[in-house]
Design a protein. Structure first.
Length: 503
């Protein structure tokens, strides 16, 4: 757009210069024609008397004789000067018809114009610029003699002012500049309007892209992604090509997401079906193992140990099946119960259970005092069983993956719009490389944290799924202490999980 305006300005400037020169040449030609006509009249009807003698060419314009008459038929403002070898004098008729004689300097300036048949520009003192033409005075040479001077030595200089020409050119330039500026401005406005009009469909393209960016494409079933109208996807225009390409891209994205969702649905369904089918045989295995253990006298010791192992592993496998079934249900988006749940009470129960299961840890509870808010400040709407499982998983994670003597603090506090649950320990911490994958399924950090008991790697994944099903978030912060040889004052290590659930 700016390039087009610059080209238009350059073209207008070049056209203006050319037209100004043409107008100036035309007006100058007209002035020359008028000057020749006036010069011819002055030559045919010269001054009625010869110019009087002067004191030499050093004092030209000593004046015409008192009986001298100016040439007849000249227009107002046209200067006529009679030049002889010894003197020069003349004048002009003003707008009132009064004859105005030239002074010596003015006459001398015009007397310098050569009689070469060409017009010359002369600056007349006190009068300005003039176009002058000098011709011999030849009406009746024999009748015009003064002493030894003949008519052949006499010239008549005719001059016309160039001020009207210059004023006309200036007016033309002003009008031309005004028209050029107006034309460029109008062209710029028209161009801007045309560009905006041609690019207006891009607003619809941007709006469609914005709507797509706001769709929840990262989870759940993918709804139909809106497309651009056919009028905005015409390949025959540049903007239409963009719209058509966007439609093709959206179609590819929709088909890819649909295929991904179908695959995930099949996997979830398989996990749910397999988990459901495994519950019965696992229960049967545990039942038969318990039944045999009721008669230990009839069973050899080695067999009893094998039955104990079978029972414990079947119990562990049953827990894994229940966890997989729960994740499959949460992934399917099944609604949870929504009843008021006191998170402070759940925290107390979780700490008591953890103290009984892990007496080698130091357990503490951090709850707000009676003056810190209303009694229901720590109550949220949700599924109590599922939220209790979140507490159990986080507290159990701290108990299992930290060494004895570790202090674990379970806290619940109210913040604007949410209730925050925190589980913090001062254990060895989690390496930074493992933190991004903590909430992935079957993710385990046993290589970084002391392992006391078995872990399925689903506890944190279930906690995250339950929290997200309640509209909340779960985050983790962890730091590992450097070896004592590297620093004299090592920074404290530890891990903190924070859960925010809207009230």
């Amino acid at each position: 757009m700016l390039v087009l305006v610059a080209v238009l300005v350059a073209f207008s400037g070049a056209l203006g210069v050319a037209s100004t020169l043409a107008v100036h040449d035309n007006l100058s030609g007209q002035l020359d024609d008028e000057l020749r006509s006036a010069s011819e009249r002055a030559a045919r009807f010269p001054f009625g008397a010869q110019a009087g003698p002067a004191d030499g060419l050093g004092d030209p314009g000593a004046g015409l004789p008192d009986d001298a008459e100016p040439p007849r038929g000249q227009g107002a403002g046209t200067i006529n000067v009679l030049v002889t070898p010894d003197a020069a004098g003349g004048g002009y008729v003003d707008d009132d018809g009064t004859w105005v004689a030239l002074d010596a300097d003015q006459a001398a300036a015009l007397a310098t114009v050569p009689a070469d048949g060409s017009s010359h520009d002369v600056d007349v003192p006190g009068l300005g610029g003039y176009r002058a033409l000098s011709v011999p005075s030849g009406s009746d040479p024999g009748a015009r003699q003064t002493g030894t001077t003949t008519a052949d030595d006499v010239r008549v200089v005719t001059a016309m002012s160039t001020d009207p020409l210059d004023a006309a050119v200036r007016r033309y330039v002003l009008v031309e500049v005004g028209l050029a500026v107006a034309g460029v401005a109008l062209a710029g406005l028209a161009g801007a309007w045309l560009v905006r009009r041609s690019l207006r469909p891009l607003d619809a393209v941007a709006a469609a892209a914005t709507r797509v960016s706001e769709l929840p494409l990262d989870r759940g079933e993918v709804a139909a992604i809106p497309r651009l109208d056919a009028s905005l996807a015409d390949d025959r225009t540049e903007v239409g090509s963009v719209g058509a390409a966007l439609n093709r891209m959206l179609g590819h994205v929709e088909s890819s997401l649909t295929a991904r969702h179908e695959s995930e649905t099949q996997v979830r369904q398989f996990v749910a079906d397999a988990s459901h089918e495994l519950r019965t045989p696992l229960a049967s295995i545990r039942g038969y193992a318990e039944l045999v253990r009721r008669s230990p006298d009839d069973v050899p010791p080695d067999t009893l140990r094998a039955l104990d192992r079978i029972e414990s592993e079947s119990t562990r496998m049953g827990t894994l099946v229940e966890d997989l079934l729960l994740l499959a249900r949460l992934d399917a988006g099944r609604p949870l119960d929504a009843a008021p749940v006191d998170l402070a009470g759940l925290a107390v129960d979780a700490v008591m259970d953890a103290h009984a299961a892990g007496p080698d840890h130091v357990w503490s509870l951090d709850l707000p005092g009676e003056d810190d808010g209303p009694d229901d400040a720590l109550t949220v709407p949700g599924d109590e069983a599922r939220l209790r499982q979140v507490f159990t998983n986080l507290v159990g994670n701290a108990r299992v993956h930290t060494p004895p003597g570790t202090r674990v603090t379970v806290g619940v506090r109210a913040e604007p719009g949410v209730v925050v649950l925190s589980v913090a320990d001062d254990g060895p911490g989690i390496p930074a490389a493992l933190v991004p994958s903590l909430f992935q399924r079957f993710s385990r950090g046993d290589s970084a944290r002391n392992r006391v008991g078995g872990s399925t790697g689903l506890g944190l994944a279930i906690a995250q799924a339950v929290v997200q099903a309640h509209g909340g978030t779960i985050t983790v912060r962890s730091s590992t202490a450097p070896p004592a040889a590297e620093t004299a004052d090592p920074a404290p290590s530890g891990t903190t999980f924070e859960v925010r659930i809207p009230r």
